[in-house]
Design a protein. Structure first.
Lengths: 469, 470
């Protein structure tokens, strides 16, 4: 299988960009900043989210609401995304409107209005987003997975943030953070859809090539979570901006080797501690209708070479209607009403989370035990070629489907770059699964999961929840 | 050395370095305004093709040249509006049981075999129930379409519908019911429909599920999975001739006995059921934090789909601008009766203020004049959304249109959207959301009832039993 090159180009101001054609009538533009909840300074959880809202909100030539109106009038849709590893703005429009969107995104990138009035609006929006009530009766379990699944890493905090920690934040601090973290040299521009590639190259150069790179001094502003935290986290210096003088010795766009794509931790990486031993926590969900359980294992950072192995094992256990977990625990033993297995791969560390809602009449502990047995059984019960091929077919379709629409492909490439450090990583994963055998997976599972400590979360209901911590 | 350049200066510098001497874009005066909007191309209608087999099965194809995979969907008429009186939930149980066992070449396939066969195609088999249809959905590579159609044929023509499977599915449905009643987001659409249409609206209860017998499932299956009442839909890189060949191979021999005598009366005769008088209800739920707020209003029967969608879109824009929360809006057609629904999730502390604002703003927003700019905005958004959905899941767009009996509107969507005028749109909007016709439902934790009752006079506390029936 050939893996297409997905190496972004670099503009003189440091901005990376990547354009991929997709058949159809639409075009998508995604601007991804490699700055997420993990980069929030200690005591300022949500600052990245806040700045993203400011960038999206108004700029020098786009009054509040004007961007959204421009996109709506074009028949498009626009969203912002905040993640632990990145912040992104994505817009999809009919393809003939692409140039206008590129103008607007360049305008938002270069001239965001970071003023007291827009800051107040963004704080209100952030508070609304965080307060957006958790109607799901199992929301506490999800929160516990995140808070206890990670031991020391800022991923514990999530990405949305805490409005109370931002209440007294002034506009100067916001400007300083924006200058250091939201510079064009920390961003990737992804353009996908039906377009003329030469025209897109011209537009990118015209609208984005003119954006001023950040000042070198902008890097030191606020303490990051890593540099100010007493935890075992390394300090993350901002990547150096590309100055115009340096750019003048190169061509206008040049092929760029992406940072942080090597398996060795790059500067700016935060480290997660290893879980020393297995642990069980009990939660009280007295009002939830059915008991629930979750098992959490630590997994390596997303760019680790073992990632394809984790993905294939995950597919064998949890993908499809015939994944081993559902087949055994829902259909055969009827212990669980609903199951999910999630591989949460992040830039610095990840989690494998197996979660189950118990069937009526069950309690959390036996469901957790059965779930654990089933996960561990992958190490012992042979994987047939047929089962392996089925898992690969599911994974392959999942990956390939991201190429089918402009919207999906832009999200896919941008996220792979921000989390994996390489937009082409998923395509290489696919090539890697194809070579893996069932025995490879089992050997890996024995070493990485069977012998690894696990966090067990038990959420009982009614009287059984009385002993919960 | 730090060189401070403004955007325009840097752009020139970079252009000189790159050797680009005369880009057309440089002629632009500045960056203070977007480039001119290009002319909107005239959209073409969807080029669907269809045929019928001798046994009455309708085959519909949306050709997608170059598409790497083909969506295959078998659509039957057993939607949840067909639930017989007192047996609410039968349609869902009957559909779920199709994936629990079937026969192929005389051999029994268990649920695990069926799941495996679907997964092997690359995307798990899906069962989808709408008000008027029951659907089985698969997706395959072009050279695996025969496997997909073969599996659909097994499930609908040779299902086992075994007693053990009924017990398993019933048990799962009861658990799902418990979850639904505890989660305001899951409960909201059902409680809202019941509020809007009263007892005519079927809603599952544990009693109705426990009442189901295997004979009910067999009868329901015989009545609604029939070739003359089914549609086999393809969206992908295949011709009508290929699709017809696949249908002939696996479904050409689909024969069923003459339609049995009518089974138990459907619970609903929604086309005849008028909306109930406007009411405002608050159903507290102990689980979760926050509140789901839903308002609903009737829409005149027979309102064309494009006009409905334009009204929904424009109102959504206005509402989001005036009350900036994450609103959702839909217009639901149940057997021809139309309901316009707006929903939002709020923290308890925000409920009274937002309720008061909503009560004041809804009629005003609906009555605002529709300017040519408003119409153009709504048309662009509606058209853009259609294109987005078509790119993302074309078979789902067509299936939805087929289920609502609006395939022609879907195929001609761009033309229908452009044909709507501002006065017609204005008329529909202005006739909606009047005080006397607007239903309100609060689900979840809205704090103490008094402040909400002051904000929306007439708001009454209610119970799960009063809304759902148990």
């Amino acid at each position: 299988m050939t893996v297409p090159s997905l190496e972004p180009q670099r503009l003189p101001n440091g901005l990376l960009w990547l354009a991929r054609p997709v058949a159809g009538t639409q075009a998508a533009v995604r601007v991804v900043y490699r700055c997420g909840g993990r980069d929030d300074p200690t005591g300022r959880s949500g600052l990245t989210h806040l700045v993203l809202r400011l960038v999206a909100g108004a700029s020098r030539y786009l009054a509040p609401g004007q961007f959204n109106h421009l996109i709506a009038a074009a028949g498009g849709r626009s969203v912002i995304e905040i993640d632990e590893d990145f912040a992104a703005l994505q817009t999809v429009v009919p393809a003939q409107q692409l140039e206008r969107v590129l103008w607007a995104e360049a305008e938002r990138m270069s001239n965001p209005r970071l003023e007291p009035d827009t800051l107040a609006t963004a704080k209100l929006q952030l508070r609304q987003a965080v307060q957006a009530p958790r109607l799901n009766p199992y929301a506490r379990l999800d929160l516990a997975v995140q808070r206890s699944g990670y031991l020391t890493h800022p991923y514990q905090r999530g990405a949305l943030g805490d409005p109370e920690q931002l209440k007294d934040l002034d506009v100067d601090a916001v400007r300083a953070f924006h200058a250091g973290r939201f510079g064009c040299d920390r961003a990737l521009l992804v353009i996908t859809g039906a377009f003329d590639e030469a025209a897109v190259a011209r537009w990118v150069m015209h609208y984005f090539g003119s954006i001023r790179p950040p000042m070198p001094a902008a890097a030191s502003f606020l303490p990051s979570s890593a540099s100010s935290s007493a935890a075992s986290l390394a300090s993350p210096p901002a990547s150096p901006p590309v100055s115009p003088s340096a750019a003048s010795s190169t061509s206008s766009t040049s092929s760029a080797a992406l940072p942080a794509s090597a398996s060795a931790p790059a500067p700016g990486d935060l480290r997660e501690s290893r879980r020393p031993q297995s642990q069980t926590l009990k939660l009280s969900l007295a009002q939830a209708p059915l008991p629930a359980a979750a098992l959490v294992w630590q997994v390596p950072r997303a760019d680790d070479p073992s990632t394809p192995m984790w993905q294939l094992a995950h597919a064998l256990l949890g993908l499809g209607r015939s994944g081993r977990l559902t087949d055994t625990l829902v259909d055969e033993k009827a212990l669980a009403h609903q199951l999910s297995l999630r591989l949460d791969a992040h830039r610095d560390a990840g989690l494998l989370i197996a979660q189950a809602l118990a069937a009526h009449g069950q309690t959390a502990a036996p469901v957790a035990q059965a779930l654990q047995q089933e996960v561990l059984r992958l190490a012992d019960e042979p994987v047939t070629d047929e089962e392996l091929n089925k898992a690969k077919a599911l994974l392959r379709r999942q990956t390939l489907s991201d190429d089918w629409t402009a919207d999906r492909l832009a999200r896919f490439l941008g996220t792979a770059w921000a989390v994996r450090g390489d937009a082409g990583a998923p395509a290489r994963d696919m090539a890697a699964w194809m070579k893996l055998s069932g025995a490879d997976v089992q050997q890996f599972w024995r070493k990485q999961v069977v012998q690894a400590p696990v966090l067990t979360l038990l959420a009982d209901i009614g009287a059984a929840a009385g002993v919960a911590a | 050395m730090t060189v401070v350049l403004n955007r325009r200066g840097l752009m020139f510098g970079a252009a000189i370095v790159s050797g680009a001497t005369a880009w057309p874009a440089l002629a632009q005066d500045g960056f203070d305004r977007p480039p001119e909007a290009p002319p909107v191309p005239t959209p073409l209608p969807l080029a669907i093709e269809q045929t019928r087999l001798a046994n009455g099965l309708r085959v519909v194809v949306l050709p997608r040249p170059g598409a790497p995979r083909t969506a295959v969907r078998l659509i039957g008429e057993g939607g949840w509006l067909r639930d017989p009186a007192g047996k609410d939930g039968l349609a869902e149980v009957a559909l779920s049981m199709l994936a629990q066992g079937a026969k192929r070449d005389g051999e029994e396939m268990e649920s695990a075999d069926i799941a495996y066969a679907g997964d092997l195609l690359g995307l798990p088999l899906r069962l989808e129930l709408t008000p008027s249809t029951a659907e089985i959905v698969l997706e395959a590579l072009p050279d695996q379409c025969d496997d997909a159609v073969n599996l659909l044929a097994d499930l609908t023509q040779r299902p086992l519908l075994a007693f053990e499977a009924l017990e398993h599915i019933r048990s799962r449905a009861l658990d799902a019911l418990v979850l639904r009643r505890a989660d305001a987001l899951l409960l909201a659409p059902w409680a809202a429909r019941r509020q809007f249409r009263g007892r005519a609206q079927p809603v599952q209860t544990s009693a109705s599920l426990k009442r189901l017998k295997r004979d009910d499932v067999l009868g329901f299956h015989r009545q609604y999975w029939r070739p003359e009442r089914a549609v086999l839909l393809f969206a992908g890189d295949l011709s009508l001739q290929t699709a017809r060949g696949l249908a002939e191979d696996f479904m050409g021999g689909w024969r069923v006995a003459k339609l049995p005598p009518p089974g138990p009366t459907p619970a609903v005769s929604l086309p005849a059921a008028a909306p109930t008088p406007a009411v405002a209800q608050f159903l507290p739920l102990s689980q979760g934090q926050g509140c789901r707020l839903i308002v609903q209003t009737p829409v005149p029967r027979g309102t064309p789909p494009a006009l409905r969608e334009l009204a929904r879109t424009l109102m959504h824009q206005r509402l989001a601008a005036r009350l900036p929360w994450a609103w959702e809006s839909e217009m639901e057609s149940l057997g021809g009766a139309l309901c316009w629904r707006l929903s939002v999730t709020l923290p308890a502390s925000a409920v009274p203020e937002q309720l008061a604002l909503l009560r004041e703003q809804l009629p005003l927003l609906a009555a605002e004049a529709v300017t040519p700019e408003d119409l153009a905005l709504a048309q662009a958004l509606t058209q853009g959304e259609w294109e987005f959905q078509l790119a993302d899941a074309p078979d789902a767009v067509l299936a939805q249109a087929l289920a609502a009996g609006e395939l022609d509107d879907c195929v001609q969507w761009p033309q229908r959207v452009r044909a709507v005028s501002a006065p017609v749109l204005q008329l529909l909007m202005a006739s909606s959301w009047r005080d006397t016709r607007t239903h309100l439902l609060l689900l979840g934790d809205a704090g103490p009832p008094e402040p909400a009752q002051r904000a929306w006079p007439g708001l009454a506390l209610t119970t799960m039993r009063a809304v759902i029936g148990e």
